[in-house]
Design a protein around this ligand. Structure first.
Ligand code: PGA
Length: 256
């Protein structure tokens, strides 16, 4: 796990966007796994800027959703499909069908998760998976207790997640209790993973992910099993890392 620490939220976004841009410049038909969440917004804006200024062309890439609420209309501002379209895809001329969706309104949700796994497998998997992390260490909607072998499935949201996401809804009661999420086993098949976190509220989860044991109690720690994970965080999110100085020095050295 490579850990890169930057001074601010905006510097984290620049670092992360730079890596996505470099991938798409070298391989325009890359397959990208897209996450939602406040942390990703700055990155998507920088990708849009890169597209508009001709630095990178995102119109040939293919995209895969990481997760989606169950039962939220796609027209709602809280639908992840809607967020990905509005925050990114429609601004970079991604053609219709470029996003492989997880449909949280499918009549048969089990079938939908299998369909997604087959589509992802047939496409050959993702080159780069973007991830955030929950305050409880979740990745996607893989809450504590999720198995390292889990596949895309219907999941129940943890109370922590319901409360963290309540501000997007009228109240915590309006947050869906269920979601579809790529499994941890599914995520671990991505060829590379870029996890981004900012703010003190993520510090405990980051320390558990990087320095704790690989355990289902902190789903993100299961990423330790993956050979190509980059974690980009700000100093606040890094504040509980015991090895922070070592990591910062390494990051500075590698950034020249
Ligand atoms: P956030 O969500 O970027 O809104 O903090 C991250 C997550 O819960 O995975």
């Amino acid at each position: 796990m490579e850990v890169v620490i930057r001074d601010s939220q905006s510097a984290v976004a620049v670092e992360a966007a730079g890596r996505v841009i470099a991938l798409v410049q070298s391989a325009p038909a890359s397959q990208l796994g897209l996450a939602t969440g406040a942390t990703q917004q700055g990155i998507y804006q920088l990708l849009i800027d890169a597209h508009r200024s001709g630095v990178a062309d995102f119109s040939s890439a293919r995209y895969f959703m990481l997760d989606e609420y169950v039962g939220i209309p796609v027209s709602s501002s809280t639908s992840f499909q809607n967020v990905l379209s509005n925050d990114f895809l429609r601004h970079v001329q991604a053609p219709d069908g470029a996003l492989e969706v997880l449909d949280g309104n499918a009549p048969d949700l089990e079938h939908e998760t299998h369909r997604f796994e087959v589509a992802l497998g047939n496409a050959g998997g993702v080159d780069l998976q973007l991830l955030g992390i929950g305050t409880n260490g979740h990745i996607g909607f893989n809450e504590p207790g999720s198995s390292a072998e889990s596949r895309t499935r219907v999941v129940e949201l943890h109370t922590d997640t319901i409360h963290s996401n309540a501000h997007y809804f009228e109240s915590a009661e309006s947050v869906p209790r269920c979601a579809l999420s790529q499994g941890i086993g599914t995520i671990l098949e991505a060829r590379s993973i870029l996890l981004i976190a900012t703010g003190e509220s993520k510090a405990r989860a980051i320390a558990a992910m990087v320095e704790g044991p690989a355990t289902e109690d902190c789903p993100a720690s299961l990423l330790q099993k993956h050979p190509n994970v980059t974690v980009i965080i700000d100093t606040a999110a890094a504040s509980m890392l015991r090895t922070r100085e070592k990591v910062t020095t390494r990051a500075q050295a590698s950034s020249g």
